[in-house]
Design a protein around this ligand. Structure first.
Ligand code: BTN
Length: 244
């Protein structure tokens, strides 16, 4: 039984059967002036994209949605919306299941990756963000196996419609929190659901592999590590351990 999902007041749903990538569609709409809260949702994607140029296998059954955001902030702050989005996904995980946020934007449930987030921004000449697309893929019905996946997949359960409604509602609330209280509040909420401080993690930075103890997030969302050779601040990389 399928039904039309209901989104928060003022939000708009663009529902598609099939599309290459909902992020591309949402970016086109945002470039043409679509308002914050425009959500592009497709039952399947034929060219779903993940981070680091990976593909995101997207058959019917899981959730693929991309939301237009207009944060009106300088470009370096756009990355904060990845943490806002990850918290919004964590909010829809049923109670009783173990949620863990993994830097920068993954959501693990019971040790498996249940959702991935692809944030893409358009920045104007003065360095202000024009719009950000937060593309969120949630394994609702099944976890596609991919050779490049470093984690087992996990499944949220329930229906795609319920997941989309819950996600839009929690994203709207988390955006209010971000605008009202700023990144410090988001960072604190994110850290409360991340791996324990002090846990040893490995981070891949291109060819380099850095091992250190997770010591938090800085005010810009960079990963902080205590390594044998001293503190390291990591802006972009891939966390290989399960902690953090
Ligand atoms: C990751 O690599 O973990 C991020 C995956 C993001 C997938 C979502 S599905 C909806 C949106 N459209 C895309 O093409 N990608 C994102």
């Amino acid at each position: 039984m399928t039904r039309h999902p209901v989104l928060p007041d003022g939000w708009r749903l663009v529902a598609l059967e099939s599309v290459g990538s909902t992020n591309d569609e949402a970016m086109k709409m945002a470039d043409a002036g679509a308002a914050e809260g425009t959500v592009v949702w497709a039952r399947q994607q034929t060219g779903g994209r993940g981070r680091r140029g990976r593909r995101w296998v997207s058959p019917v059954g899981n959730l693929y949605s991309s939301t237009v955001l207009r944060p009106d902030c300088p470009a370096p702050r756009a990355a904060e919306l990845g943490f806002v989005s990850a918290l919004a996904v964590a909010d829809i995980v049923p109670p009783g299941r173990a949620v863990r946020l993994k830097w920068p934007n993954d959501v693990l449930v019971d040790g498996g990756k249940v959702a991935g987030i692809l944030l893409e921004s358009a920045v104007d000449q003065s360095g202000l963000v024009q719009h950000v697309i937060t593309g969120i893929g949630v394994n609702v019905a099944f976890a596609p196996e991919l050779p490049e996946m470093r984690y087992p997949g996990a499944v949220l359960g329930g229906s795609v419609e319920d997941a989309l409604e819950g996600l839009a509602e929690s994203l709207a609330k988390r955006l209010i929190q971000w605008r009202r209280d700023g990144f410090p509040a988001v960072r604190e909420a994110w850290l409360a659901k991340a791996g324990p401080l002090g846990a040893t993690v490995d981070v891949r930075l291109g060819e380099e592999l850095v091992r250190g103890r997770f010591s938090g997030l800085d005010g810009e969302g960079a990963l902080l590590l205590e390594t044998e050779s001293g503190p390291r601040r990591i802006v972009s990389g891939e966390l290989l351990g399960r902690a953090a």
